[in-house]
Design a binder for this molecule. Sequence first.
Ligand SMILES: Nc1ncnc2c1ncn2[C@@H]1O[C@H](COP(=O)(O)OP(=O)(O)O)[C@@H](O)[C@H]1O
Ligand SMILES: [Mg+2]
Length: 226
Amino acid sequence: MKVIELIDVFKIYKTEFYEVHALNGITMNVEKGEFIAIMGPSGSGKSTLLHLIGCLDKPTKGEVIINGTETSKLSDGELTKLRRDSIGFIFQQYNLVPTLTALENVELPMIFKGIPKEERKEKAMDLLRQVGIEDLADRKPKEISGGQQQRVAIARALANSPAILLCDEPTGNLDSKTGRQVIEIIRKMNEERGVTVILVTHDFSLADYADRIVKIRDGKIEGARD
Ligand SMILES: Nc1ncnc2c1ncn2[C@@H]1O[C@H](COP(=O)(O)OP(=O)(O)O)[C@@H](O)[C@H]1O
Ligand SMILES: [Mg+2]
């Protein structure tokens, strides 16, 4: 089953003074449970592509189909629900809430969804266990390392059991050993939970964890290998 389908997708950023053609006709399909690495030079459109798949932005032209639904047909409320229930994001900068503990950060998406407190805490603790940091549940982000913060971010991204996990250079701030551990956790979550993963990375050794590598350049797919 196709979980993501992009059909001839273009994205043009227009400002008062210039236009940037960030994506120039991307067509790709992602099957449920796949782990895909996206590689390409800086400025080639990788983050733009993740934003469109994650429904954080809309294409200028073309179709973005998530779980069989053409997203341009959805209202803002329906898009918010799709993002909340079906898509998890992790970023290079972790983006944790600094005033909340690790456990509370993981609980946050479940609060937005209205999950009752007891169930929420139990599930958050279970996720922290799965990423190997249950003993750090009461620490705030600045009291743990970058690799540990990224583990919290992975747990948070998976809190509402999304179908899709989008990872934008999640190891960009980590040393290579820690980066590898983080990718191994993402791969484990992909295998154990069946979450579909799209990983943007510069690092060929990390892209090796993927089932398939998609290379993009100047907003176009350059070539994909199995
Ligand atoms: N919000 C924006 N407004 C204008 N231009 C943008 C915006 N976001 C990205 N761009 C431009 O679009 C191109 C693709 O950017 P991006 O998707 O961030 O590439 P990558 O993630 O591969 O480095 C770049 O030329 C970038 O400067
Ligand atoms: Mg980027």
